[in-house]
Design a protein around this ligand. Structure first.
Ligand code: M6R
Length: 617
């Protein structure tokens, strides 16, 4: 959470910083601020509220500095307020810092610094960092270094050594006005290489309009960024070289491209995202292959359990993954929420394959759960949308969805691409292990190839979906029902509704309703049923009938021919294999939530209390 931007070059830093922050607002939007070096001092401008508010701050346009750091905040320590906004300065006003992450021992550090005469002006954990930098700049072995640059870097290193927790930090000082020092641990940070200028950001899209060449900073790695150069140091401050990664994302892909909101754009990008994710990984009549990994038959034959571990929407993709792995590969598969997995002593050993799903690749709980499995000797495989993200750097194997940048907080194209990629992975395993007939796999491949055009079909006519949203947008509660993968996708539909429409909703396995939740169903309540598995049609209809009898209004999303006159609304979607039908049935649910949110006048892309990338526990 929280977004960081930095600029050093010949241009005025402020516009670059604010533009970058606007691209990063999905990481947090409680408050925002920038600091630039103006002649021989640091000027900080910040306030609570959205990044756009920065334009209204008195004097913001007068800033001339060509070196600056900036931050958009998702509050952890201390309420959203001007005082708690970043950047934070030390008492001498010689060091300014922005920080993403959490300093777990900040209270001890604050006590120590207070006893040493420092005063604190905010409730944040971050404010200890610039003061610690000042402390080490003026005390101890670093303070006697003659070269100011070495002294500044040494002070940052000493300060960082005192920190427990996660951080991505940028620090500037008028004492060394031609550089920005950055360091990270368990929070993302990238450096974009320009020509006579360099850029820093938490995420690539923020600076993609300036460069496609990136250095991906590693954990515990320091970088000193000047306008012409970037120098990298390990945690003993030994300098080393680092290679540049060229990121092929198109800068327009990170913009709205004429759509009203990122979420709508991303919904409409799903056919392309699936096509790109399939890429050259399989063709009809040929076996699946992954350029990025080679998992041998010898190894796979030793795997007796698969875990999918993830959070939120990615966890929902894992639920579909379980059905795919068990059906095609006959390997028992469990699906865990990362924050539970890491604290429940899961039974894992070298015969367990743990698959971690994370769009951002930066979710703190998912990364921690991956490290746990590695420490128990299991092999780990990461599925991410972001090349070089933390999770992919930790895992034994990494494969990528090629969905392009996902900016809206509510995940859409990442989910459908994740399910498609897991289907390809399951086919790859099944072909390697020979656990499913060629004919069955060929049929599934053909269904996967057809998905993009079937999504296009759904997206070509959304009037019914919009009408339905208009009828129900004032409701307080809704229910989602399904069986099998229809239940898995019901959970995703319900999450979308909660997060962007603020309507309370629950998803249940259709057969489970009568074991308690049906008590909540009363006259007029809306129930959305999903029916895409021909073998489960009658059973699910019976369950929906149970809520109709109790006065519920029903919408059914289906690819089956259903009896007339039972349901209030039916949305028909194209038929496909039930193992991958969530990729189609989720689309109307994404749109229902989207339109309800619009009818309610909410901010679709930045729902309250949420952030795109959850880099805290
Ligand atoms: O980046 P990740 O896939 O690890 O993120 C996991 C969840 O935080 C994410 O899917 C979240 O649930 C979305 N807001 C759902 O729309």
């Amino acid at each position: 959470m929280c977004g960081i931007v930095g600029y050093i070059g010949n241009k005025k830093a402020t516009p670059v910083l604010i533009d970058g922050l606007l691209c990063l607002e999905y990481r947090g939007y409680d408050s925002a601020g920038i600091a630039t070096i103006e002649k021989d001092s640091i000027k900080v401008m910040k306030d609570k509220g959205r990044v756009n508010n920065l334009y209204n701050l008195d004097g913001i346009n007068d800033l001339q500095g060509t070196v600056g750091i900036a931050h958009t905040r998702w509050a952890t320590h201390g309420k959203p307020s001007k005082e708690n906004s970043h950047p934070h300065m030390d008492n001498s006003k010689n060091f300014a810092v922005v920080h993403n992450g959490i300093i777990e021992n900040y209270s001890d550090l604050r006590d120590f610094l207070s006893k040493s005469g420092y005063t604190f002006y905010s409730e944040t954990d971050t404010e200890v960092i610039p003061n610690l930098i000042h402390y080490y700049y003026t005390n101890g072995p670093v303070s006697v270094l003659e070269d100011k640059r070495e002294r500044f870097l040494g002070a940052v290193k000493s300060a960082v050594f005192d920190l427990k927790g996660s951080y991505a930090i940028e620090a500037i000082s008028p004492l060394c006005p031609d550089e920005i020092i950055v360091v990270r641990k368990d929070s993302p940070l990238v450096i974009g290489k320009g020509n006579g200028e360099n850029f820093i950001a938490s995420d690539i899209p923020a600076i993609l309009s300036h460069t496609k060449d990136f250095y991906l900073l590693d954990d515990n790695e320091f970088a000193v960024v000047t306008k012409d150069d970037v120098r990298f140091y390990d945690n003993g401050l030994v300098e080393h070289n680092k290679s540049i990664k060229n990121i092929e994302w198109d800068a327009n892909a990170a913009g709205k491209d004429g759509y009203e909101d990122y979420m709508l754009k991303e919904i409409y990008e799903q056919p392309t995202a699936i096509r790109e994710t399939i890429g050259s990984r399989f063709k009809l009549g040929e076996k699946c292959s992954f350029d990025d990994i080679e998992i041998t038959k010898e190894y796979l034959s030793t795997v007796n359990k698969i875990y999918f571990v993830a959070c939120g929407t990615a966890w929902h993709a894992g639920l579909v993954g379980k059905a795919l792995m068990e059906k095609l590969c006959k390997i028992p598969t469990e699906v865990d929420i990362a924050s539970e997995f890491r604290y429940r002593n899961p039974l894992i050993d070298e015969h367990t394959l743990c698959i971690y799903i994370s769009q951002s690749g930066e979710t703190a709980d998912t990364i921690a759960a991956l490290k746990l499995a590695k420490s128990h000797g299991a092999k780990t495989l990461a599925i991410s949308n972001v090349i070089g993200s933390s999770i992919t750097r930790e895992a034994d194997y990494s494969i990528y969805t090629h969905a392009g940048p996902e900016i809206a907080v509510a995940s859409t194209k990442a989910y459908t691409s994740q399910v498609a990629l897991i289907a390809i992975l399951a086919m790859y395993f099944a072909e390697t292990l020979e656990t499913t007939s060629e004919a069955e796999i060929e049929a599934l491949k053909s269904d996967l190839i057809d998905l993009p055009s079937k999504i296009d079909q759904i997206l070509a006519n959304t009037d019914e979906i919009k009408d339905f949203a208009k009828k129900v947008y004032t409701e307080k509660d809704m229910f989602f029902l399904g069986r099998g993968t229809d239940y898995n996708v019901a959970l995703e539909g319900s999450l979308k509704l909660k997060e962007i429409s603020y309507i309370h909703s629950e998803a249940y396995a259709a057969g489970e309703l009568k074991h308690g939740p049906i008590a909540l169903v009363e006259n007029g309540v809306t129930v959305i049923g999903i029916i895409t598995n021909p073998h489960l049609v009658e059973k699910t209809i019976s369950n929906i009938q149970e809520v109709i009898t109790r006065g519920a209004k029903t919408l059914v999303i289906t690819n089956q021919i259903l009896p007339n006159g039972h349901f209030d609304y039916i949305i028909n979607i194209p038929e496909t294999n039930p193992l991958i039908s969530p990729i189609l049935s989720v689309i109307p649910m994404q749109l229902i939530s989207y339109y309800i949110s619009k009818f309610k006048g909410l901010d679709v892309d930045k729902p309250r209390n949420l952030a795109k990338s959850v880099t805290v526990e």
